[in-house]
Structures are given as C-alpha cells and as structure tokens.
Design a protein around this ligand. Structure first.
Ligand code: TYM
Length: 338
C-alpha cells in the first residue's frame, strides 16, 4: 500500500479540506504504517502558480500549511511531508506524460472550465495542463490509494487513463505505472459553502464567512455558524426531507462528519428543532473539535527553521523514492540518460 495526496498552499486550511481529505490522510498514515506501507503528503506549490499569486505569500503559505498539517496529526516521522518544488521529478515526469495525455481528455476537465471562466484565452497553460502534473504526482510514487474530496475524482480518473495508455504504448508488457484508487470519505465528500449550499466550501471564495478556517478562534466559528445561510423551517426528522434543503443538509452533514454520526442519527437528536438550537450546538462542536488543532498550529508556525527542516527531510526521502520510476519512464520512451 502506498498513499499519496497533495494540497495547494493557497490560503488557509478549511473545514472542507479537513473533513474531506486531511482527516483521512491522518487515518491512512496510521493504517499504512502498521501494514509496513508508506504515505507521502505534499504541498502542491507547483500547482499554485497556475492561478494569479504573490511569490512572497506563496512561500509563507507553504510553511503555514506544513504547520497546519502537522497540527492536524500528520507526523513527519511516519509520513513523508514535502513540497513539490524540492522534488524536480514531479515536473520532469509531467513533461514526459504530456506526450501521452490527449487534448480531448484535458478539454473535458471541469476545473479548467470553472477556474478559467469566461477568460479561457487569458488562462495560463499551467491551468490547462494542471491535471497532468497531478497525474505525475501520484504515478511517480506508484501510489495505490489517493485520499481526496469528491472534487478531485475527475483528476484521478485522468491519472488512471494516462497511466494505462503509457503502460500500453511504452511498457513493452511491463507496468511502468500503478493505477491509483481514489479514497473519498462518503460522509464528507463535499462540504459546501456556509453562504451557498450549491457551491463547495473553498479557499478561493472571496467571502471568509463562507468557510470555517482551522485557524478561526471560537468567537469567529460561532459567528460564522450563526450567520450561515439556512431556510426558516425547523430540521426534519426524516433525512429524505433534507434533499430539497441544501443548506440544512450541509450543516447536518458537517455535524455528522465531525461526530461520526449518520444524518439520521443527527436528526434523531435535532429533528423538530429550529436553527436557533442547532446552530449553537454545531458551533460549539466545531469549536471544541478544532481548538486543540488551532493551539498546536499557533505553536508550530512560530518555528520557521523547524518547518523548513521538515520539508527538506521529506523532499530528500521523496526524491529517492521517485528516482526509479522516473528513470523507468525515461527509458520506456527511449530517452538516453547517459
Ligand atoms: P485542494 O488544495 O483544493 O484541496 C485539498 C484537499 O481537500 C479536498 N477538499 C474538499 N473536500 C470536501 N469538501 C470540500 N469543500 C473540499 N475542498 C477541498 C480536496 O478534494 C483535496 O483532496 N489538485 C489538488 C491538489 C493536488 C493533489 C495532487 C491531490 C495536487 N496534486 C495529487 C491528490 C493527488 C487540489 O487543488 O486540492
């Protein structure tokens, strides 16, 4: 078993990242360590340059994200934690894979359509080829499982398509790349915005009220939950009745994801109650769950030297693991390496 996953160091870690992905990273890190496998988690700083960004903020955000991941329970002794920019094999393999990825496959990617919007011609080439770098991220390490939120599923299907075509076209009967499986938590696959039940919770939403950041203090969390958009009806007792109420469904889903309860179990406790009762209960639950993470984060982020050392050590291990697959890919393509 080899687990690989990444996160963009653009802004704060939010509840969607945490419940949709990072909590699973921590679980799988522990599981895989017991089985003698390996987990690699990285900051996707090379992906972050696909959209407008400020270089000095990127460096600071990369360090902050390392502190946040360690605060959430990623243990640099047990997982390999690094940033892409210190492992050039990611960018190298990406180029090799661009010979295999097809224009038609990338044209179907919804992220490019969403992020480029009406400005397709002005979008960066990196935004278009982004999923090929993502494929390189996981194929480079022969990842077997990739813990992600639902929004990354299409990118992982593309990684499988690229791996399969590369193996077929250039493998000469050998499996150069392992086909990775996405691991998506059913209870938190898609945490939605607090302001709009039809949009996912996201770092790029201009309104900070739309998300709970892992760095928010208790008062901020309580205020954001209190002001979350909802409809006026009380909570139903039957989960089926949440189907037409996306904002209510999201808050019930968040409560369930944190406690480990199904929506039916949440409604068994809160069905018939108004949001005047449910929201403070949810706010307190989140605040108490996030408080220890927040405290560790504040402590860790102070020590820039320690954060840089984590990334340096992680990158060294990652480079060693990446080397054989990168060489195999060069060789399969007939590229001479001396
Ligand atoms: P990113 O940085 O947008 O998000 C990191 C992880 O958080 C998950 N996530 C969510 N899950 C549930 N509800 C939400 N509202 C929510 N928002 C974010 C994402 O699914 C993701 O798992 N392209 C990736 C980074 C990446 C990557 C990779 C991931 C680069 N290379 C290789 C896996 C494997 C991204 O931008 O995630």
């Amino acid at each position: 078993m080899r687990i690989v996953s990444g996160i963009q160091p653009t802004g704060n870690l939010h509840l969607g990242n945490y419940l949709g992905a990072i909590r699973n990273w921590v679980r799988m890190q522990d599981e895989v360590a017991e089985k003698g496998g390996q987990s690699l988690y990285f900051l996707a700083d090379l992906h972050a340059i696909s959209m407008p960004f400020v270089p000095s903020e990127l460096a600071a955000n990369t360090r902050e994200m390392v502190a946040a991941l360690v605060a959430c329970g990623i243990d640099p002794q047990r997982s390999i934690l690094f940033n892409q920019a210190q492992v050039p094999a990611h960018a190298e393999l990406e180029w090799l894979l661009t010979g295999t990825a097809r224009m038609g496959w990338l044209n179907r990617m919804t992220q490019f359509k969403d992020k480029s919007g009406k400005n397709r011609e002005g979008a960066s080439i990196a935004l278009f080829t982004y999923p090929v770098l993502q494929a390189a991220d996981v194929l480079l390490y022969q990842a077997t499982h990739v813990p992600v939120g639902e929004d990354q599923k299409q990118h992982l299907e593309l990684a499988r398509d690229i791996a399969q075509k590369f193996n077929n076209d250039f493998g000469n009967g050998a499996e150069i790349f392992t086909l990775p499986e996405p691991i998506i938590p059913p209870e938190a696959a898609r945490i939605m915005s607090l302001r709009d039940g039809s949009a996912k919770m996201s770092k790029s939403d201009p309104s900070d009220m739309s998300r709970i950041n892992l760095t928010d203090d208790v008062d901020t969390i309580m205020q954001k939950v209190r002001r979350a958009r909802t409809d006026p009806a009380p909570l139903p007792s039957d989960p089926a009745e949440l189907a037409e109420r996306p904002e209510a469904a999201n808050l019930v889903g968040i409560y369930g994801a944190v406690t480990g309860w199904t929506p039916a179990e949440v409604l068994a406790q809160f069905g018939g109650e108004g949001f005047g009762v449910f929201k403070p209960a949810l706010g307190e639950l989140l605040a108490s769950h996030l408080a220890p993470i927040n405290a560790r984060f504040v402590e860790l982020r102070r020590d820039r030297g320690a954060l840089d050392a984590i990334l340096r050590d992680g990158a060294e291990k990652a480079r060693a693991l990446a080397a054989p697959t990168l060489e195999a890919a060069y060789a399969a393509l007939g590229l001479l390496r001396g």
